[in-house]
Write a new protein. Structure first.
Ligand code: ATP
Length: 374
């Protein structure tokens, strides 16, 4: 979103250029007219308020921002808290804003966060390409955090993953967020460790999809050794033909699945060994076909084996942040993670109705080719 880092840095530096006495008077009058009051630390080098969206966009070094704001929110003029708050935060000031309810504080805080995060990423301040947390949004409730995420996503078309909660509840929330943001591009394979968890995750996915317009067209099924052979074969066939767009599978059954169209491989449970990791990832990007995305969800419970997974991922070109290596016991521990066999835990998660009605996507089926090793 930032056109060029040099342009952006130059713009940000200009924001803090001290004003002449005359210009300062003009700016003070503009603040007064808009009802903007600054604390006693404000002075000539305090960035001026910018009410015109193209000026704000230029200050951010992101010209495309103005039309994006107009299209996404119908914004033709910044509100006072935005006009003053955004330049201040772009210039690196800490801001504690008090403004009426409904006055646009979300974008006032959110846009500078996005711009500075984009800059930090470009500068490599976050540990190289693609890696690292670039910003943190804290709000009193999960719903509010999600709402803020939606606003920021609409503003710049960025993709966010806001996950609250710990353990399985956090993973389920991440799953829901991925669904809502289109991050689970079909066809998608979702890996779990046990049959019971496969069934539970399917139910959660179906409930979340039903509550989310962006995902309402997804069709889902499950592949595990507890299902009759004919059903398993039918599930595989329907996944291959595109009739089923998300297939939740246990390791044993999903591992050998050859469907070149697979675009996303999501490990709901982190793989228990590097071999399992490689097998799962190999379900996508097959034979130079469609480019795929592999996503692994993990919690502290997945920790012991993560170091070894990180080593494999790093060998494949992925950037592994230090904190992840630390979580995995120093990056090379030999102890495989204990198999996750507990039921999916969702105590306080509100992804959708608790007992979703699943549309049956299974028929009588015929061949048994892929499910022999259940
Ligand atoms: N410059 C603007 N012009 C017109 N509408 C705007 C502008 N900025 C934000 N809005 C819209 O105003 C509404 C309120 O914005 P927002 O939720 O950020 O307010 P808030 O100050 O955070 O409110 P609260 O304190 O109640 O949480 C949103 O629908 C948002 O899209």
């Amino acid at each position: 979103m930032v056109a060029s880092i040099q342009a952006a840095v130059a713009h940000l530096a200009r924001l803090a250029t001290p004003l002449s006495a005359a210009a300062f008077e003009t700016v003070a009058a503009a603040r007064k007219a808009a009802g903007v009051r600054l604390d006693k630390h404000a002075g000539p080098s305090t960035p001026a308020p910018l009410f015109h969206p193209p000026d704000l966009a230029a200050a951010a070094g992101a010209p495309a921002l103005a039309p994006a704001l107009a299209t996404a929110f119908g914004i033709t003029s910044a509100t006072p808290v935005q006009a003053q708050g955004i330049p201040l935060m772009l210039a690196g000031r800490e801001v504690l804003a008090v403004a009426p309810t409904g006055s646009g504080k979300t974008l006032a805080y959110g846009l500078p966060l996005l711009v500075r995060a984009a800059l930090a990423r470009r500068e490599g301040a976050l540990g190289g390409r693609g890696g690292g947390v670039t910003g943190v949004v804290l709000a009193p409730t999960r719903e509010l955090v999600e709402q803020i995420g939606d606003v920021l996503t609409r503003a710049v078309g960025a993709r966010f993953l806001f996950a609250g909660g710990r353990g399985d509840a956090g993973k389920l929330l991440a799953l829901r967020t991925l669904l809502a943001s289109g991050g689970l591009a079909p066809p998608a394979l979702v890996f779990v460790e046990t049959q019971a968890r496969a069934t539970a995750v399917l139910a959660e996915l179906a409930a979340a999809a039903a509550a989310c317009p962006a995902a309402s067209r997804l069709t889902m099924d499950v592949l595990h050794g507890g299902r009759p052979q004919a059903e398993r074969s039918a599930a595989v066939r329907r996944y291959r033909t595109g009739e089923v767009s998300v297939l939740v599978a246990t390791d044993v059954l999903g591992r050998g699945l050859d469907c070149p169209a697979t675009r996303t491989v999501l490990s709901f449970d982190a793989p228990s060994s590097p071999a399992a990791y490689v097998h799962r990832m190999g379900r996508t990007g097959r034979c130079g076909g469609v480019a795929g995305t592999a996503i692994t969800l993990f919690t502290e419970a997945d920790g012991p084996g993560l170091g070894r997974l990180a080593t494999v991922a790093a060998a494949g070109g992925a950037t592994i942040p230090d904190w992840m290596r630390a979580l995995g016991g120093g990056g090379g521990g030999s102890r495989a993670r204990e198999r996750v066999t507990r039921p999916v835990w969702r105590r306080s998660l509100t992804a959708g109705p608790r007992r979703p009605t699943l549309r049956p996507v299974v028929d009588g089926g015929e061949s048994s080719e892929d499910a022999a090793d259940a």
